[in-house]
Design a binder for this molecule. Structure first.
Ligand code: ADP
Length: 246
């Protein structure tokens, strides 16, 4: 599998404390990866670095076939280059319908002026229907986002990110606060999304990670402690010690 994102030898300190310590991480095109690790392991800081929110002190972050450096690029430039990020809390436009939210995300893709002068083309309207079907909200297009359940809002936001056609989607704890049925649906959405793009899921819920059935990276003290299948990493004594706080 060819590499889409390569983080190599990255370190970042906050007030002398190394939150990320010589971290190397690589993800392939259309690969699903779960990133786990105890609180303070560096998972959020890792995503902040990839999305340009935090600038590392050292190391490289390379993107795409041409190994373009993401360092020095703004968050907006990185998003336009094809990296989408889903934060834990859903941020949808509550007083707009599901249809309008998805359409807005499609408009956004065409740049700031498009939002002002945009007239939806038939292709965009068709894409809204397609996205709504992908996230399981085809029967809810006319509903205001504010009326949706927590799980449905999360799916809508995933749909809005997919509208921007990222090549890499970073998702922070998508299953938090969801019912078992909602978790299952979330798994299905992410697995489907990962067929055509890379998806990195940061998650605490091991049952959810198991269902993703993908390679797992365990972070600890800002570096990779173990990598492999969930069964492989959870059988690793170092991982057990870290989770038990030894
Ligand atoms: P995780 O997401 O795995 O819980 P974080 O990336 O949030 O871990 O944090 C890694 C470490 O870096 C923690 O010890 C945290 O306290 C510290 N840290 C993160 N961001 C900052 C910041 N802006 N200033 C100071 N310390 C920070």
């Amino acid at each position: 599998m060819s590499t889409l994102l390569e983080v190599s030898g990255v370190s970042v300190s906050f007030d002398g404390f190394k939150a990320i310590n010589n971290l190397s991480f690589r993800i392939g095109q259309a690969e699903m990866r779960a990133v786990i690790g105890p609180n303070g392991a560096g998972k959020t800081t890792f995503m902040d670095i990839v999305t340009g929110k935090t600038r590392p002190d050292e190391g490289r972050v390379l993107w795409g076939e041409r190994s373009q450096s993401l360092l020095g690029m703004s968050e907006a430039q990185i998003a336009r280059a094809g990296i989408g990020r889903k934060f834990q809390k859903p941020t949808v436009f509550e007083d707009q319908s599901v249809h309008e939210n998805l359409l807005m995300a499609l408009k956004g893709r065409r740049g700031p002026w498009a939002v002002l002068f945009y007239r939806p083309a038939a292709a965009d309207l068709a894409r809204v229907d397609e996205l709504a079907a992908e996230i399981g909200l085809a029967d809810h297009l006319a509903r205001k986002a504010g009326e949706l359940s927590h799980g449905q809002k999360q799916w809508l936001e995933i749909g809005m990110l997919l509208a921007q056609e990222p090549r890499l989607l970073l998702v922070d704890e998508p299953a938090a606060g969801m019912t078992p049925a909602e978790r299952e649906h979330t798994t299905a959405i992410l697995v489907e999304a990962a067929k055509t793009r890379a998806v990195v899921v940061v998650e605490h819920d091991m049952e959810f990670v198991r269902r993703l059935s993908c390679k797992v990276t365990v972070l600890h003290e800002g570096a990779v402690l173990a990598e492999g299948s969930l069964d492989h990493v959870t059988a690793d004594q170092r991982v057990i010690d870290v989770y038990l706080g030894r």
